[in-house]
Design a protein around this ligand. Structure first.
Ligand code: COA
Length: 154
């Protein structure tokens, strides 16, 4: 399945894949903030959008993967890993020196995914979700309060 995956940049004028963006981030306010500051990449299988990720330049030499999602029907088949590796390669090609990502304290599978792709945990943004998200977020039966910051030298 991953062999047939096409990953490309979303062209100007194309519709953002909001359903997927909202799977990774329940805050439309946050999504609207970063999608216009960065580049959205989509993953297609037979011309159907099955995944996406968004990269933004945060500081000199630093790129952040701010949103990544795979359509629930297609999860667990290696598409997420292919998207993370694609994001790393594009960040490297852009001459960035570091790629960062942030995940919830409760997002255990995502922690494993990023570590399998070479990210390390670096610090914790205490109370990030409590401070900035109106609704309470739960995953794996645990409230998402803090953001685990991860990064990788390119
Ligand atoms: N159980 C255990 N491990 C899981 C898992 C599950 N249900 N789902 C993903 N993983 C971990 C595994 O470590 C797996 O590696 P492995 O195949 O070597 O075991 C790794 O993730 C990659 O799996 P993959 O199939 O490539 O991921 P995916 O296509 O399911 O996409 C997400 C992963 C996180 C993008 C996808 O689950 C998703 O869209 N989730 C909702 C949005 C989200 O949470 N985004 C991230 C915000 S930080």
């Amino acid at each position: 399945m991953v062999e047939n995956l096409v990953i490309r940049k979303l062209e100007k004028g194309e519709e953002f894949p909001y359903d997927l963006l909202l799977l990774a981030d329940p805050s439309m306010e946050a999504i609207e903030d970063y999608i216009h500051r960065g580049d959205c990449y989509i993953a297609l299988l037979d011309n159907k959008v099955v995944g996406e990720y968004v990269l933004i330049k945060t500081r000199p030499f630093t790129i952040e993967l701010v949103n990544i999602a795979v359509d629930e029907k297609y999860q667990g088949k290696g598409i997420g890993k292919a998207l993370v590796m694609d994001a790393i390669n594009r960040a490297r090609e852009s001459k960035a020196k570091v790629i960062e990502v942030g995940t919830g304290n409760c997002s255990a599978y995502q922690h494993l995914l990023y570590q399998k792709c070479g990210f390390r945990m670096t610090w914790i943004d205490i109370d990030f979700f409590k401070k900035h998200y109106d609704e309470e977020i739960y995953e794996n039966g645990v409230r998402c309060i803090d953001m685990i910051r991860m990064s990788m030298d390119l």
